[in-house]
Ligand binder design. Structure first.
Ligand code: NAD
Length: 291
């Protein structure tokens, strides 16, 4: 089944770039958020992403008008009845996602494949907010940030998803130039379990006074070949999301994923990461690391 129109819900950091990668692959894309100001801001940011990509040879000049023309924006899902695939990337809040799914349930065509980009909420639980006829077509598509650069997508199978829906979604991931891996609906999926296990050890090193965050970042980049150090990455994705996912992993796996106290202390002190100017590191008003 060739997919035509793609719907994306949530025009934040993830949703806007998910819209972009499908638009670049010549899909018509619907992108919505709660407020027109948010979608306008997302479109302005996509223009900058494209300009930066053209400057560095990632995109051709003509990709920019072509991709932007493929995206239409809205503040609700009433026009989503023609979508073949809808990807939800709104705030990580089960109740908010559930409310949106009830609206989508009313407008989507029966054949539509529906995916959540959730980092930490069970796909089978999210599926239950849809009427039963849609459970076989609901799954997780877990993209990585920044979506325009990161090649991996975890395809998450919930209890009732059909093989056909997984195949269609997997093909869609390949069409946009990403590489899918299939993971069961276990808490944290695959990559975040590996990542948070490593992050906890990195934070322990700092808590023990064995290393500074800067030195652990350098160690992981130069010794392990990681493109970004663990503390820089936590700051990039934000300390509030780090804390939220860490707590969910702790609930599921106990001591193996005990949330480190310093993450809670940083959050309590308002150090949310790069977007707030301070997390493990300091950032200037343009988001450049300065210490
Ligand atoms: N940030 C990451 O690195 C990352 C990585 C993988 C997955 N995710 C997941 O992707 C999702 C989005 O994360 P993000 O980092 O883009 O968050 P974000 O805060 O940047 O964007 C979320 C957007 O959703 C919008 N929104 C909230 N409720 C809405 C509703 N009812 N209808 C329409 N829009 C609504 C908000 O206005 C906001 O613009 C979350 O589920 C998150 O767990 C995030």
């Amino acid at each position: 089944m060739a997919l035509g129109t793609i719907g994306v819900c949530g025009a934040g950091m993830m949703g806007s770039e998910i819209a972009l990668v499908f638009a670049l692959a010549d899909h018509k894309v619907r992108l919505m958020d709660m407020d027109q100001a948010y979608v306008d801001k997302a479109m302005a940011k996509l223009e900058k992403t494209l300009d930066g990509g053209i400057g560095r040879g990632f995109y051709a000049e003509e990709d920019k008008p072509r991709a932007l023309a493929n995206i239409t924006t809205s503040t609700d899902v009433s026009g989503y009845g023609d979508c073949d695939l809808v990807i939800e990337a709104i705030t990580e809040d089960e109740a908010a996602k559930g409310d949106l799914y009830k609206k989508l349930d009313e407008v989507l065509k029966d054949s539509c494949i529906i995916a959540s980009n959730t980092s930490s909420i069970s796909i089978s639980v999210l599926s239950s907010y849809f009427s039963e006829k849609r459970h076989s077509r609901f799954l997780g598509l877990h993209f990585f940030s920044p979506v325009s650069r990161m090649k991996l997508v975890e395809v998450i199978r919930g209890f009732d998803v059909s093989d056909e829906a997984v195949e269609i979604a997997t093909e869609a991931v390949k069409v946009i130039g990403k590489t899918p891996i299939t993971v069961k609906d276990v808490v944290g999926f695959a990559v975040n379990r590996v990542l948070f296990a490593m992050w906890n050890e990195a934070i322990r090193l700092v808590e023990e006074g064995a290393c500074t965050p800067e030195d652990v970042d350098i160690g992981c980049k130069l010794g392990l070949g990681h493109p970004v150090g663990p503390f820089e990455l936590m700051d990039n994705i934000s300390l509030d999301l780090t804390l939220k996912v860490s707590d969910i992993l702790q609930d599921a796996y106990g001591e193996r994923f005990h949330t480190r106290p310093t993450v809670k202390h940083l959050m309590a002190a308002g150090r949310v990461g790069r977007r707030g100017g301070r997390g493990w590191h300091r950032y200037d008003e343009k988001g450049k690391k300065v210490g």
